[in-house]
Design a protein around this ligand. Structure first.
Ligand code: HAM
Length: 417
């Protein structure tokens, strides 16, 4: 049996990194008083397949199926729509209050797997609903940046753009189309298709010949209202004040269709990352809440890819506090004293010492070999003599020194070492 293409297993030797990352995320969210929400990994098809969403993600990449009751179901390709569905269904939006929620979980997209791109992948994200405010937008971007930078990841930059409101976006789309139409034959096949389906996505084509054609294309910024320009400027001023490295990128449009106004991505410039260099991204949405049956309120959110965060850490040699690291293993010299050794082990665990116990009935030598192979720094050895004298042997496997101490001194010893 083999795993499904585009999936991976988190094996015991890597799981501590995942646990560390998840704890890191929960801590930062708690600090900012953002509440955790958990929604199902599958939703009714319509939650994601909305009329206004013609993105590749929804039209080409979702896992859709009928359940045994004939209901049309979709595995979530992203967190936002399901979270909004839940917020609306549970009537959590109240006037005069900003709702701040975060989530962490698996998503499913039928994409071509490559480095940093999987068919099952994990995201954490935030959605803030109920206010449209430049300070709030800047705050959200700062939290996204904090989640990444506090891991120690360097060489990151926030790329931002302003997509304007529906009217300015439509006007810009028309202008871009009119500009590209005469050049149509020179566009890549993908961009040619997009000219009719979603011309804005041509802007972030990765194909150099498309980018060359776009050199003289009309600028988004000239289609944005004065009010939006002031709003965007305020976001940039706050980011500058709080030392967030950013670049305005007029070609950043993002892959989902629900965005309007500000959009952003946190990208890494670490060497060896490959083309999937967005650690996360997000933006403001004006109509998503009402489309999903809620009130007419605006929201803003982002999501970060956990696999990409771990890849960035790995490439920059960032080591995690090993949450599983064992400080001491309790070994027994023969099986008559296994129960007494077990008691010592339970006592250590009760007192927050990261202890392990060798449950095997293997000879002492094998137990010791296993502890050495697992890089455990200390072993406590218990034989008949130790039991009758209420002592233990404690051995430092790095220095190979061994001493006998009273059982009631173990805690002192372990805490001092
Ligand atoms: P997204 O840009 O599609 O946005 O995904 C956010 C992040 O998820 C990406 O930057 C990347 O790190 C990670 N990611 C996406 N696809 C994959 C994949 N196939 N394999 C590994 N990682 C992946 C959203 O999902 C929006 N819901 C973000 C948002 C929240 N906007 C507003 N609120």
């Amino acid at each position: 049996m083999q795993k499904v293409k585009g999936t991976y297993d988190v094996l015991p030797q890597h799981s501590s990194q995942w646990l560390f990352l998840e704890q890191h995320i929960h801590q930062i969210m708690k600090k900012h008083h953002i509440s955790y929400v958990r929604t199902p990994v599958f939703e009714y098809y319509d939650v994601f397949h909305r009329q206004t969403e013609a993105s590749d993600m929804v039209t080409k990449e979702t896992y859709d199926f009928d359940d045994r009751g004939g209901r049309k179901i979709t595995l979530r390709p992203e967190g936002t729509a399901g979270v909004i569905r839940s917020i609306v269904e549970n009537k959590l939006i109240t006037p005069n209050q900003i709702l701040k929620t975060y989530y962490l979980g698996a998503n499913y997209r039928y994409e071509r797997p490559q480095k940093g791109r999987y068919r099952e992948f994990y995201q954490t994200g935030i959605e803030m609903i109920g206010e449209k405010d430049a300070m709030l937008d800047a705050e959200l971007i700062q939290i996204a940046y904090e989640l990444i930078s506090k891991l120690g990841i360097q060489h990151i930059v926030v790329k931002l753009n302003h997509l304007g409101d529906v009217n300015s976006r439509e006007a810009y789309k028309d202008a871009l189309k009119a500009f590209l139409e005469p050049l149509k034959d020179q566009l890549s096949d993908e961009s040619k298709n997009r000219l009719t389906t979603n011309p804005l996505r041509i802007l972030d084509s990765k194909i150099p010949s498309d980018q060359a054609l776009l050199k003289d294309a009309p600028h988004f910024a000239s289609y944005i209202s004065d009010e939006d320009k002031v709003y965007f400027k305020e976001i940039l001023e706050i980011l500058t004040k709080y030392n967030i490295p950013f670049e305005v990128d007029e070609k950043l449009v993002r892959g989902l269709d629900y965005y309007s106004h500000v959009v952003f991505e946190v990208q890494t410039q670490i060497e060896g990352f490959g083309s999937q260099n967005a650690l996360g991204g997000g933006g403001r949405y004006d109509n998503l809440v009402s489309e999903l049956g809620g009130p007419d309120v605006s929201g803003i959110g982002f999501a970060l890819g956990l696999e990409r965060l771990l890849l960035a850490c790995e490439l920059q040699d960032i080591s995690f506090d090993d949450v599983n690291n064992i400080e001491v293993s309790v070994l027994h010299l023969d099986k008559h004293v296994k129960k007494e050794a077990y008691e010592v082990y339970k006592f250590l665990l009760e007192h927050q010492i990261k202890a392990d116990f060798d449950f095997s009935n293997k000879a002492f030598k094998t137990q010791l070999k296993n502890a050495i192979q697992s890089n455990i720094p200390y072993v406590i050895i218990i034989g008949e003599e130790e039991v009758s004298n209420k002592t233990v042997q404690i051995k430092n496997l790095n220095t190979q020194t061994q001493e006998t101490i009273m059982q009631d001194e173990i805690l002192n010893y372990m805490n001092k070492k």
